[in-house]
Design a protein around this ligand. Structure first.
Ligand code: CA
Length: 726
């Protein structure tokens, strides 16, 4: 079931009954929609953020003007009132609870005395950065069934600001310009084919009056592209496709290279779109006038299905530089040629200058999903160095002469279900979208790194689905096999999260701190000699940027995945973060999320300052759970497992273990009753909450087989929990 439905189900569940999957873990639910305060005008005149101000954002020390703070996207704050000496006095200044409980991935902006953030379902907030008062909220009213079209939760990573307007991409593919004073819509354009599973989760960037926006959908039926729209009018100026289209059609004018790229594809990739979506990272060098963005994985993931000849499939999993005025191609570097492991190259693209072997180099840094840390000459795309920053088993290195990975041949052997490829990094990456930071003060990059294996096992007799992801692999149940407890424990034992400081010149670790995750938060570094990161256990920590020594922490009472920011207001420095557990990991990872994560989901913005006096409310107690009455024979349970894998796991978790975002089906009151179950799964009773009808892909009998599997898992888990208590 999709997360959409999931959230639906969740909400409903909450209302009737609080579900807890274990002692410390209450299940999250969308609360009933709270009344949003009437729109109130922001008092001050709209601030002017123009070209010159964005180019000079580095000097604009008290503000946070664009998602990575500056065009170089370093996420480094030059503020130092909060520093290694004073940080022990850091405490909560205010918090603001938000009206969604899905994943929160936004980096807020602070522009001349107003904070602008986003939350799940693409809502936008203007907040007083001193008091936390909500000034206005814009709800784009994304249809909840769109949640079924996104792989990785109904998230949004933030807004762009330009000349008194706030720009947001909405989940179902609109780009919307809002008046910064009122939150009223100035213009809104649809940027995708809404009959397909495109989604926007990334933050727009504005360059020279153009709003640059990409999209997601590379796990479904998307052909990747990035577009530029006139910030004044919403008129599209250019579009750059990242993979070739139907060879019967003429290639797109902005990218004549697509004709060459088409030579690196075989089969009929264009029918599903090919993937290569531009769903997260961008940066800009004003002096070189180059816009950089990263592209996603191939679609379907499996090479057996998409790319049996093992070609490069340009421009998948690549870093691309274009002219921001025209979208004209300048260079590309493909990090994972012929990707079959979901190694999107969409992690941060941080720009800085480094002295390497005595020579000053203009570089671009990326801690790629594939586990390699790349240092690239950003003037021409030439690889300078690449070394593994997390556990890497798919390749032994990167050949600096060719720029190509030196692959482990076993990593492409995915066809034998009895001997699949169990690889590191897995599909969730050595580093995912969680923001990396670079401190020019220490010369170190700070990476939220993961060790997360994945079992790459071809889905025998794969056929593209109209609802659901089209990976060509057997999904997460393959990753965490239920049948073999030893293998499962071995895989779970290798799952880890780290805050890792990386020296990009020496290409080696400076220090590393084990975090409770994987799936900890994005990172901020500051001139106060500090690094800030929230984690999966719901703690926000401050670390010494030189040594990694933890100097401070404070609870958020929910898992934190987004990155903190810092700003000045009324003469005081603040650290702020949007907290809220979510994203793909808790949706799909099942049992793995029982390790090292708080598994509680609420959404709130928290701001800290020296001597803050705000207090968080007391934590509610988790309710006990009861197992579901078993239904179905063992044979029916086995059939139900197969169907669950096809339709349900990507929102309700591997082995039906909920990760705290969508309802944990093992304890769901709806799963107690065949008629209630059918009304939700087949009839779409919870459609408005995002749990769409699966009638297009399941019949009522199949739905009941899934219920049989879920009731089996409920009893299995309950027995395990009782055994743990003894
Ligand atoms: Ca992907």
């Amino acid at each position: 079931m999709k997360h959409v439905r999931t959230s639906t189900l969740l909400s409903v569940l909450l209302l009737c009954f609080v579900v807890a999957c274990r002692k410390s873990a209450t299940q999250s639910v969308d609360p009933p929609a709270k009344a949003v305060p009437a729109t109130q005008a922001v008092e001050a005149a709209p601030p002017v953020v123009d070209d010159a101000r964005l180019v000079n954002a580095e000097q604009d020390t008290g503000n946070w003007l664009t998602t990575g703070r500056t065009y170089s996207e370093q996420r480094f704050s030059p503020l130092d009132l909060i520093n290694t000496n004073t940080v022990k006095q850091l405490s909560l200044a205010w918090f603001l609870d938000l009206d969604t409980t899905r994943g929160q991935e936004a980096t807020p902006l602070v522009v001349d005395g107003v904070m602008y953030s986003t939350s799940a379902w693409s809502k936008v907030q203007a907040i007083d950065p001193v008091t936390g008062k909500l000034l206005w909220q814009y709800d784009p009213k994304v249809p909840k069934e769109v949640g079924s079209k996104v792989c990785c939760d109904v998230v949004n990573r933030g807004v762009a600001f330009w000349k008194g307007r706030v720009y947001v991409g909405t989940l179902e593919g609109r780009l919307v310009a809002l008046d910064a004073k009122s939150g009223n819509v100035v213009w809104s354009v649809v940027t995708v084919d809404q009959t397909k599973s495109y989604a926007i989760t990334g933050a727009p960037r504005v360059i020279k009056g153009k709003v640059i926006i990409g999209n997601a959908g590379g796990e479904f039926d998307a052909r990747g592209y990035v577009s530029a729209y006139d910030a004044e009018t919403g008129k599209m100026i250019w579009r750059f496709y990242t993979v070739p289209g139907d060879p019967q059609q003429p290639p797109e004018e902005n990218n004549p290279k697509l004709a060459d790229a088409a030579k690196t594809w075989t089969g009929e990739w264009w029918k599903l779109g090919g993937g290569g979506t531009v769903w997260n990272s961008m940066s800009y060098d004003p002096a070189l006038d180059l816009l950089y963005f990263g592209t996603g994985n191939g679609l379907p993931w499996s090479g057996t299905v998409r790319n049996p000849k093992g070609n490069d499939n340009l421009f998948l999993a690549s870093i691309i530089a274009v002219r921001p005025d025209t979208g004209e191609y300048v260079w590309h570097y493909q990090t994972t040629p012929g990707d079959i492991w979901d190694y999107d190259a969409t992690q941060d693209l941080i720009l800085t200058d480094l002295t390497i072997e005595g020579e000053k180099r203009q570089v671009l840094l990326q801690a790629n999903k594939n586990g390699f840390f790349y240092v690239i000459d950003r003037t021409n795309g030439k690889l300078i160095s690449a070394k593994p920053f997390s556990t890497v088993t798919w390749a032994t290195g990167v050949d600096l002469a060719t720029g190509r990975p030196i692959e482990n041949p076993a990593a492409r052997k995915t066809a034998d279900p009895k001997a699949p490829w169990v690889g590191m990094p897995g599909a969730l990456g050595g580093h995912n979208w969680k923001s990396m930071s670079f401190s020019p003060q220490t010369g170190l990059a700070y990476i939220p790194a993961n060790d997360l294996p994945f079992v790459y096992s071809d889905y025998q007799s794969f056929k593209a689905l109209s609802i659901g992801m089209n990976l060509g692999y057997d999904g997460v149940p393959g990753s965490f096999p239920q049948g073999d407890a030893k293998v499962r424990q071995q895989i779970l034992g290798s799952v880890n999260g780290y805050l890792r400081a990386w020296d990009p010149v020496a290409q080696k670790e400076a220090w590393s701190v084990q975090q409770p995750g994987p799936w900890d938060g994005g990172i901020l570094s500051t001139a106060g000699g500090l690094v800030f990161e929230g984690n999966a256990m719901g703690l926000i920590g401050a670390f010494d940027a030189k040594t990694g020594t933890q100097l401070w922490s404070n609870p958020a009472q929910t898992g934190v995945i987004a990155a903190p920011i810092s700003y000045m207001a009324k003469g005081e420095q603040y650290i702020a973060v949007v907290a809220g557990w979510g994203g793909v990991y808790p949706l799909v990872a099942g049992d793995a999320t029982r390790k090292g994560s708080i598994n509680v989901n609420r959404s709130r913005v928290l701001a800290f300052k020296l001597g803050g006096t705000a207090k968080l409310p007391d934590e509610p107690k988790a309710a006990d759970v009861k197992p579901l009455p078993r239904v179905g024979t063992d044979a029916e349970v086995a059939q139900g497992f197969r169907l669950f894998t096809d339709a349900c796991w990507r929102c309700h978790g591997d082995a039906a273990v909920g990760g705290g975002i969508t309802p944990d089906l093992r304890w769901s009151p709806i799963a107690r009753d065949a008629a209630a179950w059918k009304s939700v799964v087949i009839d779409g009773a919870l459609k408005e909450r995002g749990m769409i009808s699966f009638a297009p892909v399941l019949n009522a009998k199949q739905a009941e087989l899934i219920r049989a599997y879920v009731t089996m898992r409920s009893n299995q888990s309950y027995a395990e929990m009782q055994a743990e208590k003894m």
